[in-house]
Design a protein around this ligand. Structure first.
Ligand SMILES: NC(=O)c1ccc[n+]([C@@H]2O[C@H](COP(=O)([O-])OP(=O)(O)OC[C@H]3O[C@@H](n4cnc5c(N)ncnc54)[C@H](O)[C@@H]3O)[C@@H](O)[C@H]2O)c1
Ligand SMILES: [Zn+2]
Length: 707
């Protein structure tokens, strides 16, 4: 059965056991995105998609409160400091903020505050409304007025030491400009970059051949978190102060947020000029709306408004819950949208052959950024919006680089506009494209010949379980590819011949000498004879991993038999399905299902793939598969190896078992016949004992198979 993309289960019917599994999965996924975002400054998904993952966690935890664990994303902040930075322990943790997405949620927040403080009906606590700067937070430790340490937020408790970098930021004073500074204080705020500076920086980056940053936030974070301080110094970073951590003593009586902001200003910091005190929720919401309208014209990115309870004694009483203070909340802006015209749709082919539709738009400014391209995800997405070329569409940009089209303004559709037909051909190599059952993606079938996929294929071709040519790894393949020396797998085997005739020789390349060139050619020659399963695996057919390649090799025995059978199966393809004997035979191989069978047949249905295979076969010899000996003591048995083996390597053990007709599995189940346990075998051994599976030592195993 094909795997359907799983929609999250309905909360009402979600069982606790399922909830637990989903929470675990979501935590891991969120953690991965946290690392990409906070450690690498290079998010892999949009903030909106990321926030949706978090909201799902919140919803599940609200239903099953006892499933909330200490390391849940709802309880933790950011990501651990990245390697390469010294760690700094914050005296007072740096937390995140709770979110509100609607007016109701803001009112609910203020109601909660009043309930918590048990305020009289007529007492409404004053609020400070601050623009939520989209940068990264920074903690500055001053001792007796001198800047001694600067740290990023990290995981809230331990941040990264960026003291030297911070000393290059003009907005940050090295010395506090007040007469009696506290003995020790941590002053905090946001490092950010002006939109104009960000655009200029990206232009420079691109001119220098460096990767551009996704947005001002990432470029601020990436510029601050540099091991080379000179790089930070060259970047136009700015800083707004708005908070503090440790304060050995307060510089005023009855301190409040507003008074502290004034003091920060006097101490030499820039405080955001739009920060506004509010007497009640209406004033707060009015501020939110006003700044929302001005947002595109602001010189820096903001992603919402932060409301803070002004009185510090209240703040202290309110304290914290989980990863956020109870006395503040972030009122986020909805993702930014704009209307424009869809001029066309272009198909991009990814490195693994996926066809991705990209909308070409009449340029439009969305939240201060000019947008001309937007993703349309896949065929189904285009159909679900019923997109016609020439349509007026709404694009959305959610703090992320790749804007998307969220809807069509049907009223504005031109009279003769035609519905978009998703192509069934690869626009790069013109091979037919396929879409597997249950999948949304169309893929180019020209695995071996598509230029868009060439480099990935070559890397796969030379990988460890494929041709595994010494001295020709990913790096070298990339270099030879870049110079046009190896464009297709077969080029590897004609390299020496061409080199002999060429005026620019490999020996003249950087990093090569007489010996290494000789060794390279020798290593290539050594692989002119290769096992069938390695050859099949090397072709890079979708779903054909090492295991399936072995199944095919064992079944067909020789490359000729395999090739003939696949061509016969490909010839049997028709709109009604494939009823050819060859296809049936393929499908009947134990362990090979429809999807895998179809993938192999699609590959051979593309003539040019077959041609590429044949070209290869003229250069190399494929050895017949070793047929499993009949009736060995382990034929048909399932074996699991665990622990550290001393008599043979894991690969050797596996190969020997398979040669004798056994199946090697990765985990122990009731179907396991033998577990071969080396030293320090752990949970697999325990499980084997629990299930009553026969456990063998390495010697017992050898006795069995050699016996
Ligand atoms: N796309 C991704 O993969 C990805 C991954 C992780 C996080 N994110 C995004 O990062 C955000 C979550 O990050 P977070 O946990 O830091 O929360 P947050 O950014 O929503 O809120 C907390 C932060 O707001 C900042 N801030 C700005 N102005 C402030 C002010 N005036 N007062 C107080 N704080 C102010 C501070 O840096 C503080 O740390 C979300 O927008 C999320 O979408 C995205
Ligand atoms: Zn292609």
């Amino acid at each position: 059965m094909a795997k359907k993309p799983t929609a999250p289960a309905d909360l009402d019917t979600l069982s606790k056991a399922k909830a637990k599994v989903e929470l675990k999965r979501l935590s891991l996924e969120i953690e991965r995105h946290n690392n990409a975002y906070y450690q690498d400054d290079a998010p892999k998904i949009s903030d909106a998609d990321y926030d949706a993952l978090r909201r799902r966690v919140e919803a599940i935890e609200a239903k099953f409160p006892d499933l909330v664990s200490a390391d849940s994303p709802t309880q933790t902040v950011g990501a651990a400091p990245a390697r390469g930075f010294a760690k700094v322990q914050h005296a007072v943790p740096m937390l995140s903020l709770g979110n509100a997405f609607s007016d109701d949620e803001v009112e609910e927040f203020l109601a909660r505050v009043r309930r918590f403080l048990k305020l009289d009906a007529d007492e409404i606590p004053a609020i400070v409304a601050e623009p939520k700067i989209d940068g990264l937070s920074l903690s500055l430790r001053y001792e007796h007025g001198e800047l001694v340490r600067a740290a990023t937020r990290g995981d809230g408790f331990v941040g990264e030491d960026v003291t030297a970098n911070v000393r290059t930021i003009k907005d940050i004073p090295n010395e506090l400009a007040v007469a009696k500074p506290p003995a020790a204080c941590e002053l905090r705020g946001e490092v950010y970059m002006l939109k104009s500076d960000f655009l200029a920086l990206n232009e420079k980056q691109e001119a220098a051949g460096e990767a551009p940053f996704a947005n001002p936030r990432n470029s601020a974070a990436g510029s601050l978190r540099q091991k080379d301080v000179a790089v930070t110094a060259s970047r136009p970073l700015k800083f707004f102060a708005y908070a503090w951590g440790e304060m050995s003593d307060y510089p005023m009586d009855q301190p409040t947020q507003s008074k502290m902001l004034d003091w920060l200003k006097r101490a030499g910091f820039t405080v955001n000029p739009r920060i506004t005190p509010c007497k009640n929720v209406d004033e707060a919401l009015a501020f939110y709306r006003k700044i929302g309208e001005e947002r595109a014209q602001l010189a820096y990115d903001i992603d919402g408004v932060v409301y803070k309870v002004d009185r510090l004694d209240y703040q202290e009483r309110l304290g914290f819950a989980g990863r956020a203070p109870r006395w503040a909340i972030a009122h986020k802006f909805a993702a930014e949208q704009a209307t424009t015209v869809l001029n066309g749709i272009e198909i991009q082919v990814g490195r693994t052959g996926a066809l991705t539709p990209v909308a070409r738009l009449a340029p439009v400014t969305v939240g201060g950024v000019v947008v001309q391209n937007a993703t349309l995800h896949n065929e189904d997405y285009i159909k679900s919006l019923d997109i016609h070329i020439g349509d007026t569409v709404i694009v959305q940009r959610a703090g992320d680089v790749i804007p998307q089209i969220v809807s069509v303004v049907i009223d504005k559709r031109p009279k003769h506009a035609e519905a978009y037909q998703f192509p069934h051909k690869c626009p790069v190599c013109h091979s037919h494209a396929t879409r597997e059952e249950g999948e949304v993606v169309w893929r180019c079938s020209g695995a071996l010949i598509c230029p868009a996929q060439a480099i990935e294929r070559l890397k796969h071709f030379v990988s460890r379980n494929a041709f595994d040519i010494e001295g020709l790894g990913e790096k070298q393949v990339q270099e030879f590819y870049d110079d046009g020396l190896i464009m297709h797998p077969v080029d590897i085997f004609t390299l020496q011949q061409r080199d002999a005739r060429s005026r620019t020789k490999i020996i003249d390349r950087e990093g090569y000498g007489e010996t290494s060139v000789r060794n390279l050619f020798a290593a290539i020659d050594a692989r002119r004879s290769i096992e069938l399963h390695r050859f099949i695996y090397a072709l890079g057919i979708r779903h054909i991993g090492e295991g399936n390649a072995k199944l095919l090799a064992r079944h067909y025995g020789t490359i000729a038999a395999f090739r003939d059978a696949m061509l016969a199966a490909a010839a049997g393809q028709s709109a009604e399905g494939n009823t050819s004997e060859a296809y049936q035979d393929l499908n009947d191989i134990g362990g090979i299902g429809d999807i895998v069978a179809d993938a192999v047949v699609e590959f051979f249905a593309e003539d040019r793939n077959v041609k590429a295979v044949d070209e290869l076969l003229r250069e190399i010899q494929v050895r017949p598969a070793e047929q499993p000996k009949q009736a060995t003591p382990i034929s048909g048995k399932t074996v699991v190896f665990t622990g550290s083996l001393t008599k043979f390597t894991r690969d050797e053990a596996k190969a020997a078992a398979e040669r004798l007709g056994a199946k090697v599995a990765g985990s122990v189940s009731k179907k396991t016949d033998y577990v071969v346990a080396g030293e320090d075998a752990g949970s697999k051994l325990t499980k084997a004992r629990d299930l009553g599976v026969a456990v063998l030592s390495e010697d017992e195993w050898l006795a069995l198979i050699e016996g």
